[in-house]
Write a protein that binds this ligand. Structure first.
Ligand code: IMP
Ligand code: MG
Length: 192
């Protein structure tokens, strides 16, 4: 059975939830003048933030998911982004709120926004839990940012490293020395 290492908490759960509620009320107040909004969650990482954000929005909104994958070396993104989940949707005239876990280089978000606009969206905005401004390669506008973080690789609250640690209830700094799956992880032999 996997055992969660105690990664250093960068952002505590209560801080995340408080900030999410603030963003929720701003988003909620901004809906209406562009017709029925579409919440577009960038899965898998954006799911946890999206679920909490939805608790602060009106009920019955249309919610969909897209998957975006970029081909890069390890944790490094690349300009090539593959988007799945928009097939067959009529997005003409729609007011779309993209919900992301983290904006790093900005490639994913800029490609996704451009695609949505190509498909006729009337308004595309983004809410992201985290942003790493020092890593930005593509300049993009982000309307709602939970927290700006330094150049750490973070996990938890939906974010992963190799599909693990999405279930941490806070945002932590990934440290492979504490990762039991990495040879030499100090928790490997630690008592439970
Ligand atoms: P970008 O295209 O470089 O902006 O990266 C976007 C995606 O890379 C995010 O949506 C995340 O899924 C992933 N990512 C970037 N930085 C981190 C991190 O520190 N932890 C986990 N995932 C990350
Ligand atoms: Mg993501």
């Amino acid at each position: 059975m996997a055992n969660h290492p105690q990664f250093e908490a960068l952002i505590r759960r209560d801080e995340i939830l408080r900030r999410t509620a603030e963003i929720g009320s701003e988003v909620r107040a901004s809906f209406g003048d562009h017709g029925e909004p579409l919440i577009l969650c960038v899965a898998l990482g954006g799911r946890v933030f999206c679920r909490h954000l939805l608790e602060h929005l009106e009920r019955g909104l249309e919610v969909r998911e897209v998957r975006c994958s970029s081909y890069g070396v390890r944790t490094e993104s690349s300009g090539e982004v593959k988007i799945r989940g928009l097939e067959g949707l009529d997005l003409r005239g729609r007011d779309i709120l993209v919900v992301e876990d983290i904006v790093d280089t900005g490639y994913t978000l800029s490609k996704l926004s451009a695609r949505l606009e190509d498909l006729g969206a009337a308004r595309v905005r983004t809410a992201t839990l985290l942003s790493k401004p020092s890593r930005r390669v593509v300049e993009i506008d982000i309307e709602y940012i939970g927290f700006e973080v330094e150049n750490h690789f973070v996990v938890g609250f939906g974010m992963d490293v190799a599909e693990r640690f999405r279930d941490l209830p806070y945002v932590g700094v990934y440290d492979e020395r504490l990762d039991p799956a990495v040879a030499g992880g100090t928790q490997r032999s630690a008592p439970a």
